[in-house]
Write a protein that binds this ligand. Structure first.
Ligand SMILES: C[S@@+](CC[C@H](N)C(=O)[O-])C[C@H]1O[C@@H](n2cnc3c(N)ncnc32)[C@H](O)[C@@H]1O
Length: 302
């Protein structure tokens, strides 16, 4: 089965609908709103795994990237609820894990997830651009998966990662292209348009701050070599409801409900969801499923 889901029609759609401007959210918003509990991560992780069509899961690609031998000391910046670490842990039987996150609730979930396993684990509540509690050259691998767009000072973060890595160490930074999950954005923007919604809601994903298209330059200032590894996946839904949970809870209605906005009432969001659901249902009725194509990947920095 193919894992190349790009088509000329999708490429043309991306050019037409994905705005240059992207949403921006602070670390404080991430800590106090998105990740004050594990709900958002739980929904995303469930959907990405249950509905994917690429037989290799995200962590499979990461295992290829990280080339673990079992003895490495690994630092995970923005480790969230430990979903990735749980999968990598058996490959670090004689190594160690350090998870750092700004949000105490998800960090605690990660701690509980790995509790009692044989790989020593350390948990640090903090921001990825201040690693002053960690010594020079103390890690073989560092990673920052789907989190870097929240970090206030990117240059400081990358300088710090360089400092804490041993010679020969690898830093994996995983992010998306801004046209990832295009079909979700298409349904969302079409609904917003039909509702004559405020223009400032028409923005791309916050990952636009450091995406697969613009990240290599920033990283190249701090690392001698930056390789880009990409992969695709396609989520396919034959029932609209799991997609609707992904859209509403996992993605805050493509960021429209990320922060309080008095212009946007519950009635607004109900109508938005009804319109998006109708579009998804129509795609399922005509094509058998609603597809959401993912363009994702990692920068491997040496
Ligand atoms: C989308 S989640 C990704 C979680 C995990 N890396 C994964 O791939 O499953 C983003 C995480 O970054 C964390 N975060 C946001 N700003 C941060 C910062 N400045 N430093 C460290 N973690 C941060 C959030 O609390 C959240 O757990």
């Amino acid at each position: 089965m193919t894992t190349d889901f790009r088509t000329p029609a999708l490429d043309a759609l991306a050019k037409e609908i994905i705005p240059e401007e992207h949403f921006e959210f602070s670390t404080t918003t991430a800590r106090d709103r998105f990740f004050h509990d594990t709900r958002m991560l739980d929904v995303k992780q469930w959907v990405h795994n249950a509905f994917r069509t690429n037989p290799t899961p995200m962590v499979g690609h990461m295992l290829d990237n990280l080339a673990l031998t079992g003895t490495e000391d690994l630092l995970d910046l923005g480790c969230g609820n430990g979903f990735v670490l749980e999968h990598l842990r058996p490959y670090l039987a004689d190594g160690s894990i350090t998870g750092l996150d700004i949000a105490p609730a998800v960090l605690d979930a990660a701690r509980q997830r790995l509790h009692g396993t044989a790989t020593p684990a350390t948990w640090i509540e903090g921001s990825a651009d201040d690693l002053s509690m960690l010594g020079d050259g103390t890690f073989d691998r560092a990673m920052a998966n789907y989190m870097i767009h929240y970090v206030p000072d990117l240059d400081r973060c990358f300088r710090e990662v360089r400092r804490i890595l041993r010679p020969g160490g690898i830093f994996q930074l995983t992010t998306d292209r801004t046209d990832s999950m295009l079909e979700m954005y298409d349904a969302h923007f079409a609904a917003l348009k039909a509702m004559d919604a405020p223009r400032d809601l028409f923005k791309a994903s916050p990952k636009g701050r450091l995406s697969l298209s613009n990240g290599a330059g920033l990283l190249g200032k701090h690392f001698t070599r930056v390789d880009t590894v990409t992969w695709q996946d396609q989520l396919r839904f034959t029932d609209p409801e799991p997609f609707m949970r992904f859209y509403e809870i996992g993605h805050n209605h493509c960021c429209a409900s990320s922060e309080p906005d008095e212009r946007l009432t519950e009635t607004f969001f109900r109508e938005l969801r009804d319109r998006v659901r109708a579009r998804v249902t129509e795609a399922i009725d005509t094509g058998g499923y609603f597809a959401v194509t993912k363009y994702t990947g990692s920068f491997l920095c040496y």
